[in-house]
Ligand binder design. Structure first.
Ligand SMILES: [Mn+2]
Length: 362
């Protein structure tokens, strides 16, 4: 099946449009984002896939979205995580569920059951289809793409084919790294699915919306629930005087902390490494940072000691990593991703990095 069998259209001109994607069961962040953009019934709301799984409240998000979908101006596009009710008999399901928190875990919990109460996956499916038919139907046969006057909204991407509607459904919801590919449509293609921080080559873990006017691709997955420092992004599209204005904003789940001492790095060449290229070789260093070589890119960098894990005699980064130090100034507040020995891992303007504890008077 191709997009052409499952796409819808809408007109954005004359309205304000809010676009979000990859909410991944994070009801509080979703609510925070809607209030940050001052979302109202007058606005068009486009939810560009992956509303459930990974986060802790998929049922909460799903039920909220079901309520929102009663409005004419709200659109939900299918993401690869949203079809799990149709995959209950897949062989990979239980191994997947042992690694990733899913909406199925939440259904089981609500029912007071565990997987072991069902002799076969088919039995589980029958039970879920009976108790959760409304939720399942809300996610069944969602549109794969929404096309407007000048935009195409799709979860993962479109193929570089004569007409984007020839894109296979499966590609549209699962393709990798679309922002590095091209497409042939005149329209701007807006996607989620791949955290934008995976695309940066400037040594930054930057989670903010990536707008590529040359390629006509906007990527908005801020890595919420996938990246430790991830955020939930929104696009706000308005149309005034024959022109679109595209604004971006985001929310994050971290606590803010006030800076009471300036910290500025005069010169640095930062590095960032993202999954799956985590193997490193550690040389010397101190209790805070070690010097290491990133094997895949043959790059020397500084790694916070807590980020180093050892497996079978080899060293790895335990997660995405950046060695960027962030400039901070008295009176501003930054988001605390985590406190580590001597340093805090912080998020400022959507970019992750390190500051010494002294900036907080600690
Ligand atoms: Mn996805």
């Amino acid at each position: 099946m191709k997009i052409k069998g499952r796409y819808i259209t809408a007109n954005l001109k004359g309205k304000r449009t809010i676009v979000v994607s990859d909410i991944h069961g994070e009801l509080e962040l979703f609510n925070a984002l809607l209030s940050k953009v001052d979302y109202s019934e007058e606005d068009i709301l486009i939810i560009n896939g992956d509303i459930i799984d990974k986060g802790q409240n998929s049922l909460g998000v799903l039920r909220k979205v079901m309520k929102l979908l009663e409005r004419d101006n709200v659109y939900l596009i299918e993401g690869n995580c949203d079809i799990i009710f149709e995959q209950l008999e897949e062989e990979w399901l239980y191994p997947y569920m042992s690694r990733i928190h899913t909406v199925i875990h939440e259904c089981l919990k609500e029912m007071g059951k565990s997987i072991n109460d069902f002799p076969t996956q088919k039995d589980l499916k029958v039970a879920l289809y009976e108790k959760y038919s409304k939720e399942r139907l809300a996610l069944l046969d969602l549109p794969i793409a929404l096309e407007t006057e000048d935009f195409i909204f799709v979860h993962a991407g479109v193929n570089e084919v004569g007409n984007y509607k020839e894109t296979l459904e499966w590609d549209a919801i699962t393709m990798q790294r679309f922002a590095e590919k091209s497409h042939t449509s005149e329209k701007m293609v807006v996607v989620g699915h791949i955290p934008v921080s995976n695309y940066h080559e400037n040594g930054m873990l930057d989670h903010r919306t990536l707008i590529d006017n040359g390629k006509r691709i906007i990527s908005i997955d801020g890595g919420n629930q996938v990246k430790q420092s991830g955020v939930l992004n929104a696009l706000v599209i308005t149309y005034d005087e024959d022109e679109y204005r595209i604004e971006t904003t985001f929310v994050h789940p971290f606590e803010m902390r006030e800076v009471i001492q300036d910290f500025e790095v005069s010169y640095q060449e930062p590095h960032a490494f993202t999954w799956p290229d985590f193997e490193i070789e550690v040389f010397d260093g101190d209790e805070h940072f070690k010097m290491a070589k990133h094997l895949k890119t043959d790059t020397d960098f500084m790694v916070k000691t807590e980020w180093i894990i050892e497996r079978e005699g080899k060293n790895y980064l335990r997660d995405d990593y950046t060695d960027l130090f962030i400039d901070v100034y008295i009176g501003e507040s930054v988001a605390i991703i985590g406190d580590y020995k001597g340093y805090a891992y912080v998020l400022k303007d959507g970019v992750a990095g390190w500051v010494p504890n002294e900036v907080f008077g600690m």
